[in-house]
Each structure stands twice: as C-alpha cells, then as structure tokens.
Ligand binder design. Structure first.
Ligand SMILES: [Zn+2]
Ligand SMILES: [Zn+2]
Length: 154
C-alpha cells in the first residue's frame, strides 16, 4: 500500500520539525538550499539546533504531522481491508454456501491538509552554512549546527 504524503513548506521552503529529545520545534530547509548543499553526501543523522542531540532522518515528525499521517492513512487502510474481505468471500461462494458482504466499512474522513505559517527566524551555522535552519523567535541560542552539532552563537 502506497500513500503519498506531502508536508507543507513555508514561503522560504522550510518544513517544520520536532526534536525527539527536547520536543522543541524548529524548521529545516526542504531539499538542498543551494548548489553547495547539492554536492554534499546525504547525512545519516541531523543534530537538533536547540539541544544539539543527534537523531536519524525520520525521527523529526511533529505531533501534528503524525496525527495528520494517521488520519490520511486510515481511510485507505479501511478500503484495503474491505477489498480483501470481498475477495476472500468470492472463492467461498458455492451452491450450498452463500456469503455476502454488505455495506461498506465506516470510513473516517480525510483530515484537512496541514498548513505552514511563516514563523521563526533563519540561522546559519558558520561550519555548515549551506544548511540553514529556522528557530523559534523566543530562543536566544547558542544553537547547534544541523549537520555536525557544533554549537554557535548568533
Ligand atoms: Zn532538541
Ligand atoms: Zn556544522
């Protein structure tokens, strides 16, 4: 089963992320931010700009994104189960046995798409300036480089 999901980006091309360690939200740039970024090998982990802890690339979902994904997958999953059920009963039909699948399963509604406000401020680390992040306006640093975790002050 394949379900395509797209996360909303803000007007600067940043996507909202949530640190699995400190549960703070920040944003990173979706895709390479410039030519220098394109030449870099894909990272295996990113460092939280706020607490400096590393985590794998798929560990940064925000609660809203998780909820949305669950909501978006549920109707498709329900449809799939229903189809499977109908197929299973098809073979069981004979002169003596009559099986019918009536109605459809209750399909939960698809949630409305996420939106991404243009909040937070862009900061770039001196060591890996090709990988900018956005941090909440009410934080003051020091921040950590997304790529290597090095602390830096603004
Ligand atoms: Zn963190
Ligand atoms: Zn760095």
């Amino acid at each position: 089963m394949e379900i395509s999901m797209s996360l909303p980006l803000d007007h600067d091309g940043f996507v909202r992320r949530e640190c699995p360690h400190c549960i703070s939200q920040f944003k990173w740039h979706h895709g390479p931010a410039n030519e220098e970024a394109e030449e870099q090998p894909p990272p295996t982990a990113y460092y939280c700009p706020l607490c400096g802890q590393p985590a794998g690339l798929d560990s940064w979902w925000t609660q809203e994104q998780i909820d949305y994904t669950r909501g978006a997958i549920a109707p498709a999953a329900a449809r799939m189960v229903e189809d499977e059920l109908k197929n299973a009963f098809k073979g069981a039909r004979s002169k003596y046995v009559k099986v019918s699948v009536k109605g459809g399963m209750e399909s939960p509604g698809v949630p409305s798409p996420l939106t991404e406000p243009d909040d937070m401020v862009i900061v770039t680390s001196p060591c890996h300036s090709y990988e900018p992040v956005k941090v909440p306006e009410d934080t003051s640093g020091p921040y950590h480089c997304l790529v290597c975790g090095q602390a830096f002050a603004i």
